[in-house]
Write a protein that binds this ligand. Sequence first.
Ligand SMILES: [Mn+2]
Length: 322
Amino acid sequence: MNKIHVFFSINDDYAKYLSVAMISILKNTKNALSFHIINSGLSPESVRKINFIKKNYDCEINFYEKSLEVFDKIPDSVCEHVGRDAFNKLFTSKLDDKIDKAIILDVDLVFDDDIKKLWDIDLEDNYMAAVVDQVALLDKSDWIKNLNLPSDFLYVNSGVMVANLKKWREEEIFDKLFENINKYSKFLKFPDQDAFNITFAPKIKYIFSIFNAAPYFTYKNEEEKKEALKNPVVIHWAGGLKPWHSIKCMMSDIFFFYARFSPFYEEIMQDIYVKTLLKIEGGGITYKNFFEKIFSCKKSEYIKYKHKVITCFGFRFIIKLK
Ligand SMILES: [Mn+2]
């Protein structure tokens, strides 16, 4: 059986969510799998827990640690919102010359169907296959018009990509991606995603929205949204709200279904519990007297999470300490 190669890019904070994405893939397929985790340094504990997945599921896991110095040439303005590790994805074609095809994924997603359906997509002569980003489609007046894309080109979301790595290598795509990041640095809104769109247009294969169904996307209309989310292969929480932020997040029940099988489950649950508590019960602080309720600035009792809570006339502002 042809092994499916799946690439993720993370930093240590995302290790727990990565485990959920991996488990959701493993639970829904019989196909052999090889995971490749590009990272900017993981704690030994995170590596141990991710490797623990191999005890219960048959798969291969490879780690590639990348120093962020290689991104020093990228202008600071580009990195303001995303952090330099967002660019780790760009390395995918450089890691193993024997891998010609790969699925490249974000970690804020789960599979709820067989990954083989995505893998079997024929890339033909395209650089990649991806789902059209409907928000961008509606908003052509915005940053996209500066990216110099062909007029009939549809901007795609890079959270789920099937990549033709052989073609990337043959055409030295790695260098072209960086060239475009520098060339368009003033206009980039989602730097890595924009770079993929600029570099690969017009050789992108558009695939059905069930392969990247996003509960928080603006769809053209309700019909399109229903179609994407009715029987999704991939559910991608693109945008600000993630299932680990709030149980109110749309379709979070599917995330927690898979999270139960993660070696990080307790951490994930503790995290969301504390976050909920911070909102509901005033950030894990106690007031000694009435005046403290009018105005005070206190450290949260949940030391692990390092929050400061400012209370002003009954309103609470929570500041996360670094
Ligand atoms: Mn995402």
